[in-house]
Ligand binder design. Structure first.
Ligand SMILES: Nc1ncnc2c1ncn2[C@@H]1O[C@H](COP(=O)(O)OP(=O)(O)OP(=O)(O)O)[C@@H](O)[C@H]1O
Ligand SMILES: [Mg+2]
Length: 194
């Protein structure tokens, strides 16, 4: 199973995804953490473009899709073959939201990502842009407030379309984690409490 943890920058994805892995392991479920963009040459290229800013959005979308193929082949599929639950810190719907908004070509973004399976469970850690930026306390290209508002709206549309489940990520770490477990645990056949 692939469990994708999604949300805008600073929503708490890494914090919650790592905690979810610890929780699942404590319940006897073999689980692994992984994240996108990866640490591969492609992932490093993406991160460097993001740091410098001004990259062509279609080029960036293709790099994300290529890095995702690498991630699936080298990391995710081997984990799935070992029977592990893969908790993925950003995945396919990050491209739907971010690259969809950046390129203005959401259908094309879906097309170039057709090789990636949809996640079994996708959670949107939903937070206001204001609070997310407060948590991050720094500004790079992706953290432009207007842009992040659009990305958040796109994520919320994916929830309305039934692709993701929304969790309110505005509370403290424990509160958010409790909500996350209530969403994920029953789908993995576990009791719905942290
Ligand atoms: N529920 C919370 N309440 C307050 N602070 C939080 C909460 N969750 C995470 N944080 C803090 O906010 C910051 C961002 O959290 P985190 O790195 O988990 O977010 P992220 O979604 O992974 O961000 P990015 O998109 O940049 O990877 C960290 O300093 C983290 O400790
Ligand atoms: Mg993170």
């Amino acid at each position: 199973m692939i469990v994708a943890i999604e949300g805008i920058d600073g929503a708490g994805k890494t914090t919650q995804a790592k905690r979810l892995v610890r929780f699942l392991r404590s319940k006897g479920v073999a689980a692994e953490y992984t994240s996108e963009p990866t640490g591969s040459a492609l992932g490093r290229m993406i991160k460097s473009y993001l740091r410098r800013g001004g990259a062509n959005p279609h080029l960036l979308a293709l790099l994300f899709a290529a890095d995702r193929i690498y991630h699936l082949n080298k990391v995710v599929n081997p984990m799935l073959e070992r029977g592990q639950v893969v908790v993925c810190d950003r995945y396919l719907y990050s491209s739907y939201a971010y690259q969809g908004v950046m390129t203005g070509s959401p259908l094309w973004v879906r097309e170039i990502n057709k090789m990636a399976p949809h996640p079994d469970i996708a959670v949107l850690l939903d937070i206001s842009v204001e609070e997310a930026l407060r948590r991050k306390k720094k500004r790079i290209r992706f953290e432009d407030p207007g842009f992040l508002e659009e990305v958040r709206r796109e994520y919320l549309r994916l929830c309305e379309a039934g692709l993701m489940v929304k969790v309110d990520a505005g509370g403290g770490v424990d509160v958010v984690f409790g909500e996350l477990v209530r969403v994920v645990a029953p789908r993995l056949g576990l009791r719905p409490s942290a």
